[in-house]
Design a protein. Structure first.
Length: 254
């Protein structure tokens, strides 16, 4: 995708990576719409970030997605980029169903069904644009598992394969599929992660992502250097060592 001149909708961007990316993309000459569940956070963003539009959306609710999509497209008929940012991460213990079942259902609803429903809500509009992009958000943990977050790992592996698959199907359209693959980043995705020494500083991550988008407009995957340890363990032949290192180092890894 081009780094400027777009109209971009980022649901799940009231904090963390999503908000930081929204601010940077708006500064690069894009029209940006931020979506989130909490009205008070959206109001604060609108006050603190003039020029960024906001819309209330709950990506776990199909009706909310449909309503928000109609609102966004009515206000911004030139929308040509969506970033399926919304996601949750939960620590789970799979020894007993009461310790993981509800968590797993919530994670998969948010992290897998949410992006699928978002794409469904916008795909016909995007195909009518001369140049459009869907940015999906997986994780380094799609490629190497963190022991304490099984459902999150699985959800991000699903997003990776979904991205690969729909890229093939949409090759005959104007819609590009770009997969963003974060490493651990200093956000509140897990308790304490925003202060984790193992996680990448948020501003450094977003700066590198935007630089990669600018330098590689035809990229299929956006990978900062720090995620490649996880992303390519199997290809390098050191997958078992990657998994061991990951799980020995950081209980808050993304």
């Amino acid at each position: 995708m081009n780094i400027s001149g777009n109209t971009i909708f980022i649901p799940g961007a009231t904090s963390g990576i999503g908000l930081a990316l929204a601010v940077e993309l708006q500064a690069r000459g894009n029209t940006v719409i931020v979506g989130g569940r909490r009205a008070e956070l959206l109001e604060r963003i609108a006050a603190e970030q003039p020029g960024i539009d906001t819309v209330q959306i709950d990506t776990t609710d199909a009706a909310s997605i449909d309503s928000a999509a109609k609102e966004v497209l009515a206000k911004h008929p030139d929308l040509n980029v969506i970033v399926t940012m919304a996601g949750i991460m939960r620590i789970e213990d799979w020894h007993r169903p009461e310790s993981f079942l509800a968590s797993a259902e919530a994670v998969l609803t948010t992290n897998v069904l949410g992006p699928i429903r978002l794409i469904a809500a916008f795909i016909e509009h995007l195909q009518a644009q001369p140049d459009a992009t869907i940015i999906t958000v997986s994780s380094g943990l799609a490629f190497a598992p963190l022991k304490v977050t099984p459902s999150y790992n699985a959800s991000k592996a699903a997003i990776h394969m979904l991205s690969e698959s729909i890229r093939l199907q949409l090759a005959d359209t104007t819609v590009k599929i770009v997969e963003l693959e974060p490493p651990a980043v200093r956000t509140s995705l897990l308790p304490g992660q925003e202060n984790s020494e193992f996680a990448m500083p948020l501003d450094e991550f977003v700066a590198e992502v935007v630089a990669l988008l600018e330098a590689q407009p035809d990229a299929k995957e956006i990978q900062v250097e720090r995620v490649k340890f996880l992303r390519y363990g199997e290809a390098r032949g050191d997958y078992d060592q990657v998994v061991q290192t990951l799980n020995a180092a950081d209980p808050h890894g993304k």
